[in-house]
Design a binder for this molecule. Structure first.
Ligand SMILES: Nc1ncnc2c1ncn2[C@@H]1O[C@H](COP(=O)(O)OP(=O)(O)OP(=O)(O)O)[C@@H](O)[C@H]1O
Ligand SMILES: [Mg+2]
Length: 297
């Protein structure tokens, strides 16, 4: 079968699948204005806690910086998203088994290359991602920090966004700046997106409440965005220790304050059913691609 024929087949199959009432996963994008505030820590430990609550969870590492989830889990993925896109690997081959049944996909260079894909490659990728929707109940996407274009594209295509902020003044201003830029993007739908804020590294409960109030006030007043307070995680030295051990803190220190706080956050997230118009990872990617192509024209 030549390539063109394969493509035609794929597109037909894709259309057929679309018609069926497909299972879509809930996609939660974890982001922050400032770097180093605890996104990857939250992503990994949340994944384990959600898995314990009976959810099938797959982490997609869309951070192009340091491969810190890999470090945190102490795994070295053989394949990544780029192998799926360009080197003929199947979806199951690029999903690495993490602790407690969680799955992990390394973005590798794949995420950066997404904006250079041809239309045919996009069709192929989205087709593969339909399979991913079938495999996971929840997909947690760990993004890089800040206002880079690809992070914003991804966040604006998501229904559920976990925004991590710490009480540091720069973390708050950077979080605000991120939301402000997001709000201006054409692909972003205010109505369809709930920003769930997580306060990390707080010293007291009051500090977490104050952080939410401070950010919530300006976000509501100047951006009229919906933002919810999803939880607070204490500043806990066990987090740093766990990184050194290359183990998620949930496993390294089950009784630690950070572990308990993330468990509470997981329970809250699991109790919700996700956005009412849950789109799944395949649709999220195709929305993302569309906005990239629109900009290129
Ligand atoms: N609640 C916490 N208490 C203490 N230390 C923490 C806490 N959360 C995260 N850390 C530490 O902060 C550092 C940065 O965390 P992490 O890598 O999760 O941040 P990130 O937002 O993913 O960073 P990047 O933007 O570089 O991807 C790590 O050393 C981690 O151990
Ligand atoms: Mg990170």
């Amino acid at each position: 079968m030549d390539q063109a024929e394969q493509l035609r087949l794929l597109v037909t199959k894709q259309a057929e699948q679309k018609k069926k009432d497909r299972k879509v996963s809930r996609v939660i994008t974890v982001t922050s204005g400032k770097g180093g505030v605890g996104k990857s820590t939250l992503t990994v430990n949340l994944a384990i806690q959600l898995s314990r609550l009976g959810k099938k969870v797959i982490i997609l590492d869309a951070d192009f910086g340091l491969a810190n989830i890999e470090v945190m889990l102490g795994i070295r993925p053989e394949y990544n998203l780029a192998d799926l896109m360009f080197r003929g690997k199947g979806l199951k081959e690029i999903i690495i088994q993490g602790p407690e049944g969680i799955g992990f996909i390394s973005g590798g260079s794949g995420i950066q290359e997404l904006s250079r894909l041809t239309r045919e490659q996009v069709v192929y990728l989205v087709q593969k991602l339909y399979e991913l929707d079938e495999l996971a109940d929840i997909i947690l996407v760990d993004t890089g920090a800040g206002i880079s274009d690809s992070v914003l594209e991804f966040v604006s295509a998501s229904n559920e966004v976990l925004l991590v902020a710490t009480p540091e003044p720069t973390s708050i201003t950077d979080a605000y700046a991120l939301l402000k830029t997001l709000n201006r993007r054409s692909g972003f739908s205010k109505e369809d997106t709930v920003i769930k804020m997580v306060a990390n590294r707080i010293k007291t409960k009051e500090e977490g409440d104050a952080l939410y109030e401070k950010l919530g006030l300006v976000v509501d007043k100047f951006l009229s965005l919906k933002m919810e307070f999803t939880g607070a995680i204490p500043d806990d030295p066990n987090c740093g220790k766990a990184v050194m051990q290359q183990k998620p803190v949930t496993l390294a220190d089950p009784g630690s304050g950070a572990t308990k706080a993330i468990k509470t956050i997981a329970e809250k997230i699991a109790a919700l059913e996700g956005g009412s118009d849950k789109k799944g990872i395949a649709q999220l990617f195709s929305r993302w691609m569309k906005s990239i192509y629109k900009k290129k024209k």
